[in-house]
Design a protein around this ligand. Sequence first.
Ligand SMILES: Cc1cc2nc3c(=O)[nH]c(=O)nc-3n(C[C@H](O)[C@H](O)[C@H](O)COP(=O)(O)OP(=O)(O)OC[C@H]3O[C@@H](n4cnc5c(N)ncnc54)[C@H](O)[C@@H]3O)c2cc1C
Ligand SMILES: *[C@@H]1O[C@H](CO)[C@@H](O)[C@H](O)[C@H]1NC(C)=O
Ligand SMILES: *[C@@H]1O[C@H](CO)[C@@H](O)[C@H](O)[C@H]1NC(C)=O
Ligand SMILES: *[C@@H]1O[C@H](CO)[C@@H](O)[C@H](O)[C@H]1NC(C)=O
Ligand SMILES: *[C@@H]1O[C@H](CO)[C@@H](O)[C@H](O)[C@H]1NC(C)=O
Ligand SMILES: *[C@@H]1O[C@H](CO)[C@@H](O)[C@H](O)[C@H]1NC(C)=O
Ligand SMILES: *[C@@H]1O[C@H](CO)[C@@H](O)[C@H](O)[C@H]1NC(C)=O
Length: 507
Amino acid sequence: MQRIVQLLLAVTTASLALAASTAEINGTTSTSTKNDKTVLILGGGVAGIIAARTLVEKGITDFLIVEARDELGGRMRSKGLGVKGKRATVELGANWIQGTQEGDGPANPILTLARKHGVKTADSDYESIVTYDETGKVDYLDVLNNAVDAYTNLTVVGGGRVPTKQVDTTCRTGYSLIGVKPKTPQEMVAEYFVDWEYAQTPEQTSWIASSWNNNFTYDVDQGGFSEDNLLSVDQRGFKYLIQAEARTFLKPEQVLLNATVRTIAHSGDGVIVTLANGTRISADYAIFTFSLGVLQNDDVLFEPVLPMWKQEAIQSMTMGTYTKIFLQFKEKFWFDTQFALYADKERGRYPVWQGLDLEGFLPGSGIIFATVTNDYSERVEALSDAQVQAELLDVLHTMFPNITIPTPTAFFFPRWFSDPLYRGSYSNWPASFVSPHHTNLRANVGQRLWFSGEAMSQKYFGFLHGAYFEGMDAGERVADCVLSGGHCKSLPFVESVLNASPYIIQF
Ligand SMILES: Cc1cc2nc3c(=O)[nH]c(=O)nc-3n(C[C@H](O)[C@H](O)[C@H](O)COP(=O)(O)OP(=O)(O)OC[C@H]3O[C@@H](n4cnc5c(N)ncnc54)[C@H](O)[C@@H]3O)c2cc1C
Ligand SMILES: *[C@@H]1O[C@H](CO)[C@@H](O)[C@H](O)[C@H]1NC(C)=O
Ligand SMILES: *[C@@H]1O[C@H](CO)[C@@H](O)[C@H](O)[C@H]1NC(C)=O
Ligand SMILES: *[C@@H]1O[C@H](CO)[C@@H](O)[C@H](O)[C@H]1NC(C)=O
Ligand SMILES: *[C@@H]1O[C@H](CO)[C@@H](O)[C@H](O)[C@H]1NC(C)=O
Ligand SMILES: *[C@@H]1O[C@H](CO)[C@@H](O)[C@H](O)[C@H]1NC(C)=O
Ligand SMILES: *[C@@H]1O[C@H](CO)[C@@H](O)[C@H](O)[C@H]1NC(C)=O
């Protein structure tokens, strides 16, 4: 407490600081009018932009989005790739609308935005696939179909444990209990084609939460949108969808770009954010939307430090990494399907390939990309581009033994894990993370500091639509705070997360 007071006093002399700060500390009285802004929205990704839109809808316009990069969109991030005359926009981050809409059932809000802003998409067909292993092209589609069935069975049996209050375990335990024990490279890559979406292995993923995440997005009977996926091939970038939406309501003075947040001081009076260049901005409320990876790695410091129940929740959820590695060649020499699997002896070694040089996608682009996840992502991020390119060409040579693989005309991959603005690609729910942890991950700290972003979504963590719904929710809650004159309806939190039954050592 001593520390906050000192900080508040120090700040009163700064240009952008609180005019006077000796008023109420506990925030239960009416909203202060002395701060620079009513609300600071930290981060200009989907959650931040939708939170801003929600505030505007409630008549609150005195907010500022603070974003480190020079554009809005966050993990919707695109890049022009390729040689002159043959450049194409590819997606480094989010690319799919996952789960669309069935009939007049609930629509994925990202689909609604894509329709509204005319974003060009292609039907992503996971059955448009061919299979390879270390001997070249080999048909093991039966093994693949079996793995897809095995995952469906896993979500059903996992769901059966919920009403009986059986303890959660990893997906690996679940698979083993239903008798699915992949051993061969083909069986392992077939299983990978299911778990790559979580960017982590079955050993790292909660059986129950993975089943929820799958059901609530893809299973119409469970409230999901649909089984279908659309892939953005829009040459303005998939980010166009959220940038165009932002343009419908956002005023220039409501956004601060190129502004990296270093510290967030919070108290009953509000928040004071300090940027990397020393500028301080105060506000009555802050909505934090930076990634879970940023929270976990102290890239932004809180004053005072976050309570232990919050820190435990932050450090108990996990951040996965999903890495797309792009190659452009003069001419296409590969498969005509949308996907190909490559079964290596080592699980996760360049397993999934997607061709973009296809009618309806980016015909004539000569672009193909491989995806790796988590541990393998961290590995390739530590290598040089040249080393990674050489490994990819080696795998292509294995897949196409009778073709002389030409030198690529372009090569690129993003390093999400090393990037201090992300520290990974999206969150994943591990088996040791229990529901009260999630309650704590989402909970506000004091009345002034609120948390949003994909990781806070119980149903849709990891997804764009998770970020969207969490942005809406945080916007509504903070609008309630403002409109009620500071009578916030706090989210619940759990001081200590307890075991249902104690761990006992028998001597
Ligand atoms: C490789 C990859 C593939 C993906 N594929 C899909 C997909 O196909 N479909 C799907 O639905 N989802 C996908 N996702 C997930 C989806 O992109 C995210 O869930 C979503 O974009 C998260 O939005 P957000 O607003 O929560 O966070 P973000 O988009 O991360 O927004 C937070 C913002 O805060 C900024 N920021 C961070 N630190 C600071 C700081 N210190 N100071 C100032 N600003 C800061 C960041 O630059 C960022 O703009 C993918 C993500 C990745 C990385
Ligand atoms: C908090 O606010 C309430 C209501 O205004 C007041 O009665 C109380 O004394 C305050 N507590 C502190 C610690 O300032
Ligand atoms: C942000 O920084 C970039 C690169 O330094 C610069 O080109 C751009 O004009 C800046 N944008 C704003 C809005 O300050
Ligand atoms: C999935 O469950 C069905 C019904 O119990 C069973 O017939 C099938 O063999 C299972 N498939 C796999 C791959 O486990
Ligand atoms: C997922 O959906 C299946 C099929 O509808 C259902 O049987 C199962 O209980 C659900 N799983 C969970 C964890 O809710
Ligand atoms: C610090 O950065 C912000 C955001 O880019 C900018 O508006 C401000 O002028 C900068 N202040 C200084 C002192 O450089
Ligand atoms: C590759 O060449 C070998 C030897 O010429 C031949 O036996 C094999 O069928 C060829 N494979 C393919 C996929 O064309």
